[in-house]
Design a protein around this ligand. Structure first.
Ligand SMILES: Nc1nc2c(c(=O)[nH]1)N[C@H]1C(S)=C(S)[C@@H](COP(=O)(O)OP(=O)(O)OC[C@H]3O[C@@H](n4cnc5c(N)ncnc54)[C@H](O)[C@@H]3O)O[C@H]1N2
Ligand code: MOO
Length: 401
């Protein structure tokens, strides 16, 4: 048996990291920047007004008050977007709007609220500090410097900045195209009615949701019968263009283990991972495409996704933080765990205000078919390999989902 940590490293190595590709900004949300990008322009690109008001020379309005206003002729009107701005002559004002370029010769802006808002002439009721309400060139970003560093996760602020410095595409770790394949002759899709012995297919739906949430492109093959020839014939034409195949089912110890049998001659290694659920696993490549073959039980699929597929995919996408947040929590009831395996139990974690350590209660038993209990959970309770019993009220490690 291989440990969870070793297996996670194996899958992470198998998936590697995606090569940089240029993507339009609109398709970059949530992706990771592959290279540093430099600003083509400074931000702001020019000195501009932070307020609607009047550009003046501070010396011209020194001593202005409500009782003793200074009156100046308004020589120019400068709305935002005006590109040619005449210099300010001493003893005059330019009416100016927020974001409009400062005229040379002006050293401050008086807000319109501190004036009579005049158009031909303006009465100014307050003195101005030199520099008041001016946003300086390059105050935010200096043109030519690194605006966003490799490894940045591209959220709204990062994409906004990229747009603001004049970029329309970015080098990112492109999301992989993942083919998700559910195997099992028992699997049926609506609107077909179940016959005795059949079940509705659910693993591919869960995997697709998890994969898409990470930004992957997903194609589903929702039901392949437990027949080696059918499996190969269904998958082969779809491998071209797939960056990863994730299968479920057909990897344990019995007969009709279609994934194991079909990939027997491929470079896919099947083994047991010291975890519960999610013990039987396989990974490797077939026809040059990486394969991660998960066991069929639905809870095993989701726990496998959390334990190693999600971190490996995050690493593939260029993320450095690939771990869920871990916390310690007090267990509400005693639990048992198989010796030598890391057990992941579904749990519900709460932390009241002022409480240092939160509280966690299990949801459902350890069975890997108990999917409904997973819907009540917000965390996984992690019981280490050497632990076989945990008493109520003891502290346990919790992975917040
Ligand atoms: N003799 C042994 N039997 C089993 C072992 C073992 O070590 N020795 N391991 C058990 C464990 S643990 C697991 S997990 C399963 C894994 O088996 P498979 O990967 O071969 O999965 P299947 O047998 O195909 O399916 C298991 C279970 O899950 C249901 N299933 C499968 N696919 C789907 C799907 N897409 N949607 C919903 N449900 C699905 C399937 O009907 C089975 O009930 O093996 C144990 N046995
Ligand atoms: O390991 Mo299986 O994945 O427990 O049900």
């Amino acid at each position: 048996m291989i440990s969870v940590d070793e297996y996670r490293a194996t899958v992470t190595d198998l998936l590697g990291t995606r090569k940089p590709a240029e993507f339009p900004l609109a398709d970059c949300a949530g992706l990771v920047l592959a290279n540093d990008v430099r600003a083509g322009v400074s931000l702001p690109p020019f000195d501009n007004s932070a307020m609607d008001g009047y550009a003046v020379r501070a010396t011209d309005v020194a001593g202005a008050t409500g009782a003793t206003p200074v009156e100046l002729p308004v020589a120019e009107d400068i709305p935002a977007g005006r590109t040619e701005v005449p210099p300010l002559r001493p003893g005059t004002a330019h009416r100016i709007m927020t974001g409009a370029p400062m005229p040379s010769g002006a050293d401050s802006v008086v807000m319109v609220e501190h004036t009579d808002a005049g158009v031909e002439r303006v009465r100014i009721f307050t003195a101005a500090q030199p520099g008041a309400h001016i946003r300086r060139t390059g105050e935010d970003v200096v043109g030519g410097t690194v605006a966003l560093s490799a490894g940045s996760v591209l959220g709204p602020a990062q994409l906004g900045l990229a747009a603001a410095v004049g970029l329309d595409q970015l080098p990112v770790h492109a999301p992989p195209k993942v083919l998700v394949v559910s195997t099992g002759t028992e699997l049926v899709l609506p609107p077909r009615q179940l016959r005795h012995g059949q079940i509705y297919e659910s693993n591919s739906v869960m995997l697709a949701a998890g994969l898409r949430a990470l930004g992957c492109e997903v194609e589903l093959v929702r039901s392949v019968a437990d027949d080696v020839d059918t499996f190969r014939a269904t998958l082969e034409p779809k491998l071209d263009g797939a960056d990863l195949v994730v299968t479920s089912g057909g990897v344990s110890a019995g007969a009709y283990e279609v994934v194991k049998d079909a990939l027997a001659d491929a470079e896919v290694h099947f083994q047991k991972v010291a975890m519960q659920p999610g013990g039987p696993q396989g990974c490797g490549s077939w026809l040059g495409v990486p394969f991660v073959t998960l066991p069929g039980n639905p809870v095993s699929v989701l726990v496998s996704f959390e334990a190693f597929l999600r971190p490996a995919l995050l690493s593939m996408l260029g993320h450095t933080g690939t771990d869920r947040q871990h916390v310690r929590a007090r267990l509400t009831e005693a639990l048992r765990s198989p010796s030598g395996k890391r057990q992941f139990r579904r749990g519900y974690y709460t932390q009241s205000q002022g409480q240092v350590t939160g509280v966690v209660g299990p949801r459902g038993g350890p069975g890997s078919h108990l999917l409904a209990a997973f819907t009540q959970a917000n965390c996984l309770i992690v019981l280490p390999e050497e632990v076989t019993e945990v008493a109520a009220d003891s502290e346990v490690d919790v992975l917040l989902l």
